[in-house]
Design a protein around this ligand. Structure first.
Ligand code: ZN
Length: 422
C-alpha cells in the first residue's frame, strides 16, 4: 500500500492523499487552500490525472477537503464517493466559493454539475470493493455526514481521520473508533499543540455573555460558519432555555434545510427540529431591519466576517456599546474577524472604525483537542505507522515526535509530494 501526499502536509488546507494498493487508485479528499488574506488566489493540491484515479472519496463538505474535486472533471471524470449530506453540503459550499471567487478557479458550475453526476452516495460502514481493495466510511463527529475512511488491502489497513471530533457535540455523536487493527494512520494535527477550552466552559462563558448583553437591552451578534457552527450555537442557546429571540440569517438557513433532509445523521433529530422551529429565519431585507428592534441573538455567516449578511449586521450593531459580538469560529489570518480581535477595528464604508460593542471570542471547535488526539492514538490497535497532517508546520512535526516518544510508533510529518509505503 502506497500513499502519496498531495496536500495538507505541514499546512491546514488542500487535503489530498493518493492511495495505491493492489491496482486500486483512490483519492482521499481533494480540497482547496484559501489565499491569505482571503481574496488572493487559492492553492490546489498537487495535480492528479483523473484517468489515474478510480474513485475519489470526500470525507466531508468543508472546502479544504472537497473544494477542488470539480477540477478532476475539466478534462475527464471518475466516481466520487461520500455520504448524502456531504454531497448536498459540498454542492452548496462549492457553488458559494465559485460565486465569491469568480474567475479564480480552473473550473466552474458545469464541472461541479459533472461531479454531481458521478456522485455515488454511500452510508457509514457500507463496504465498496475495488479489485482486492475495499474501503468504507465511518462517522467522524466533525460535521453532518462527515466521515473518516478505512481502506483495506493485502492484509494492510489504513485509517484516515479527515477532520475528527472524538467528543461529539450538541448535534453529532462522537467519531466511531471501533476500527480494529490499523497499519497506517493518517491523522489530522490541527490542535495537537494547543489546549482547547473545555466545551462546557465555552458554553457557560458564551451564555453568560449572551445574558449580560440581553440584561443591558443590547443585541448579541454571532458571526458564524454556515455549516454546523450556526446550528450548534442555536442548540447551545436552546439547551440553556434562552428566553430571548434567536435570529438566523444567510446561508445557515440553506444548511438547516439540508440537515433536516438527513435527520438520521443527527444525535437527537427531534431536539434539533424543536430548535429550528423556535429560531426566527430572516429571508428578506425588511425583516432584517425589523428584527433588530429588541434584544435578541443574531446568528449569521460569514464566521470570519468576510462576507454574507454578517457585514450588514456588523455595520448595524458594532457601534453601540450595549451590543456584543461573540466570535465563535476560527479567525484566519488576514480576515476582518481576526482584525477585529487584534485591533478592535473594522473597515466599513472605506473607513477604519473603532468598534464600541463588546467583543469576545469563544472556542467551539469541531476538531479533536490535544488530549483526545493522544487518547485516539493510544486506543488504536496494531502499532500503526503514523502520518501527521492538517496542522501548521510546528503542530505536525511536534505531534509526530511526541507520538514516537509516548507510544514508540514510527511517526512522521510528511512533506508535500512524499510517498510512504507500508
Ligand atoms: Zn473540516
Amino acid at each position: 500500500m502506497e500513499v502519496k501526499v498531495l496536500g495538507a502536509a505541514r499546512e491546514v488546507g488542500r487535503s489530498a492523499f493518493q492511495i495505491n494498493c493492489d491496482g486500486a487508485n483512490l483519492l482521499l479528499d481533494y480540497g482547496v487552500m484559501f489565499g491569505n488574506p482571503r481574496g488572493s488566489p487559492p492553492t490546489y493540491p498537487l495535480h492528479v490525472k483523473p484517468r489515474d484515479i478510480d474513485s475519489v472519496i470526500i470525507t466531508h463538505a468543508h472546502l479544504d477537503h472537497s473544494g477542488c474535486v470539480p477540477s478532476l472533471f475539466v478534462s475527464g471524470n471518475c466516481n466520487v464517493y461520500a455520504t448524502p449530506p456531504t454531497f448536498d453540503l459540498s454542492k452548496l459550499l462549492i457553488k458559494d466559493m465559485l460565486k465569491i471567487e469568480k474567475n479564480s478557479h480552473s473550473f466552474d458550475i458545469p464541472e461541479l454539475n459533472n461531479m454531481m453526476q458521478h456522485a455515488k452516495q454511500i452510508q457509514f460502514k457500507e463496504k465498496i470493493v475495488r479489485g482486492d481493495t475495499k474501503f468504507e466510511l465511518r462517522s467522524s463527529g466533525h460535521v453532518l455526514g462527515g466521515s473518516t475512511v478505512l481502506v483495506e488491502s493485502d492484509k494492510k489497513k489504513l485509517f484516515y481521520t479527515g477532520d475528527i471530533n472524538l467528543r461529539g457535540s450538541r448535534m453529532l455523536p462522537p467519531a466511531d473508533l471501533d476500527i480494529g487493527d490499523v497499519d497506517l494512520l493518517i491523522t489530522e494535527s490541527t490542535y495537537s499543540q494547543e489546549k482547547q477550552t473545555p466545551r462546557s466552559k465555552s458554553e457557560h462563558d458564551f451564555l453568560e455573555f449572551a445574558n449580560e448583553v440581553m440584561d443591558r437591552k443590547g443585541i448579541l451578534f454571532v458571526p458564524s460558519f454556515s455549516v454546523e457552527r450556526s446550528q450548534e450555537i442555536a442548540c447551545v442557546l436552546e439547551n440553556a432555555n434562552f428566553k430571548h429571540r434567536v435570529i438566523m440569517d444567510g446561508m445557515a438557513l440553506k444548511v438547516n434545510e439540508i440537515i433536516l433532509k438527513h435527520p438520521e445523521y443527527l444525535k437527537e433529530p427531534e431536539i434539533f427540529k424543536d430548535v429550528l422551529d423556535k429560531v426566527v429565519a430572516i429571508d428578506e431585507h425588511r425583516q432584517r431591519k425589523n428584527a433588530l428592534s429588541e434584544p435578541c441573538v443574531v446568528i449569521s455567516p460569514a464566521g470570519m466576517l468576510v462576507g454574507g449578511n454578517a457585514v450588514y449586521y456588523l455595520q448595524q450593531l458594532a457601534f453601540d456599546d450595549k451590543n456584543g459580538i461573540a466570535l465563535v469560529s476560527y479567525q484566519g489570518e488576514g480576515t476582518p474577524g481576526k482584525k477585529l480581535l487584534d485591533t478592535g477595528k473594522v473597515s466599513t464604508r472605506g473607513k477604519e472604525m473603532h468598534v464600541t460593542a463588546q467583543v469576545k471570542q469563544f472556542q467551539f471547535s469541531g476538531h479533536a483537542d490535544r488530549d483526545s488526539l493522544f487518547d485516539m492514538i493510544k486506543n488504536i490497535k496494531g502499532n500503526p505507522k503514523v502520518l501527521t497532517v492538517h496542522g501548521d508546520n510546528n503542530s505536525c512535526i511536534k505531534f509526530a515526535e511526541e507520538i514516537h516518544e509516548k507510544f514508540g510508533l514510527d511517526a512522521i510529518a510528511p512533506k508535500i509530494d512524499d510517498t510512504v509505503s507500508i
